[in-house]
Design a protein around this ligand. Structure first.
Ligand SMILES: [Zn+2]
Length: 276
């Protein structure tokens, strides 16, 4: 079985501040990128124990150059995708030939009362697909689902783990911390979180056969509520997007990958609006 791992950072054990996951920070970030790397290592080792053959890890946070590559296993069947921008962002490298997906270090969606809650960009106030308010995890899971591939492991804060298990009850969830507020957590220690992730990953491999792809039903409709009016001003310029409010745009698609790509394009053009 081949496994694809999308690893974010905000959901890493102990992490409670933007400083700890901002590559520009020279004090705390170097410590927390090591914690992130060790959680990914644990997921890789657990997958391997559970029977995974090829494993692809996609560094999915900020600059997407967070993982300390020499702290990952010496393993010819492990590939690491690093760097940004990349067209499919947190799902770069996903495609045919993959049997199961892991999300590690994931975090709550924009608007949740949870630590560092956001959805891809601070410019996104809410992302809604077919009426469902989506986290990064759901947006990404639906891309995998459109290829018939299930998510079987989600690790991160309790808010996102609970949300995922509600709609993907076949998956293994490892909640490494609870939110106290936007910048405060009550967490497992990093070594305890890593052990839980290693065990969870191994167990998740046993779930693949009875896991289901997470999908939305066609026709697909994406609504983005933006943080500011100027974000919607820019997104509206792209063909296919309709302005439906001062801070809201809508996009219809016949297939989910097109909706996913439209969402990513919208976040990128919204970022350009910030430059003004
Ligand atoms: Zn992130």
């Amino acid at each position: 079985m081949n496994v694809y791992i999308s690893c974010d950072m905000e959901g890493t054990a102990g992490l409670c501040s933007w400083k700890q996951c901002d590559p520009g920070d020279t004090h705390e970030y170097p410590v927390f990128r090591s914690y992130m790397t060790q959680e990914v290592r644990a997921a890789v080792e657990g997958a391997r124990d559970g029977g995974a053959r090829r494993i692809i890890v996609n560094d999915s946070h900020w600059s997407m150059r967070n993982l300390l590559l020499d702290q990952l296993p010496a393993d010819d069947d492990l590939r690491i995708i690093s760097g940004a921008p990349k067209p499919w962002s947190m799902m770069q490298g996903f495609g045919t030939g993959i049997d199961a997906v892991f999300f590690t270090g994931y975090h709550a969606k924009a608007g949740d009362a949870a630590t560092l809650a956001h959805t891809y960009s601070d410019d996104v106030y809410r992302a809604i697909v077919n009426g469902t308010q989506c986290s990064e995890a759901l947006l990404n899971a639906a891309l995998a689902g459109s290829y018939g591939v299930p998510v079987v492991l989600i690790t991160g804060d309790r808010t996102i783990v609970d949300e995922c298990l509600r709609v993907m009850p076949w998956a293994i969830g490892v909640a490494v911390k609870d939110a106290i507020g936007f910048s405060a957590v009550n967490s497992l220690t990093p070594p305890a979180a890593q052990e839980a992730i290693r065990a969870g990953a191994r167990e998740a491999m046993g779930r693949v056969a009875r896991a289901e792809p997470f999908t939305f039903q066609a026709p697909f409709e994406l609504t983005i509520e933006t943080a500011q009016v100027e974000h919607a001003d820019f997104i509206e310029l792209m063909p296919g997007f309709a302005r439906i409010g001062g801070r809201a745009v809508r996009f219809g698609a016949g297939d989910y990958p097109s909706l996913f790509e439209a969402f990513l394009a919208a976040t990128r053009i919204a970022a350009a609006a910030n430059a003004g």
